[in-house]
Design a protein around this ligand. Structure first.
Ligand SMILES: [Zn+2]
Length: 153
């Protein structure tokens, strides 16, 4: 059986530790996230990315489970597999920098996405504000005409 996690060392095969395999695929010269520049540069996963842009890594031997690379960053740092979802403060799915990550629930994940969308979409916010003004004007007109006896009498 071919073992992609084994390497030849001093004439024998040895298993490459997860940490070593992990760091081989990390590029620490990633971009600085524009909305949180204080976090510093992202560390980009240069290995396999899934359809959502998240890195993937096999964590235990050639036939072991495959997890997302950013979850693996927490596994290496904390020594345990994260129980919750691992989320990005930098919004960069391929980033595996430990201090750009935090564990959260699906609920927190959605709340986080929504709060970021609100900041990003200034145009949409302006558009909504205009619609709301129109709605308020309509409501005012309706209540005015109600007072004047235009409705229901
Ligand atoms: Zn990052």
């Amino acid at each position: 059986m071919a073992n992609k996690d084994a390497k030849h060392e001093n004439g024998k095969f040895v298993i490459v530790p997860l940490e070593e395999r992990f760091w081989k695929k990390v590029n620490k010269n990633g971009p600085i996230p524009s909305h949180v520049p204080e976090l510093g540069q992202c560390w980009l996963w240069t290995g396999y990315l899934d359809i959502d842009g998240y890195g993937r890594i096999v964590i235990a031997g050639a036939n072991g489970p495959e997890i997302r690379a950013h979850a693996c960053a927490l596994l290496i740092e904390n020594g345990v597999r994260p129980k919750l979802q691992v989320l990005h403060k930098c919004d960069n799915p391929s980033c595996v920098r430990y201090d750009h990550l935090f564990e959260g629930t699906q609920k927190q994940n959605i709340a986080d996405m929504l709060s970021k969308k609100r900041i990003d979409r200034k145009g949409v916010k302006g558009h909504n504000a205009k619609l709301n003004d129109e709605k308020i004007r309509t409501i005012r007109l309706m209540s005015k005409s109600m007072k004047e006896g235009g409705y229901g009498r």
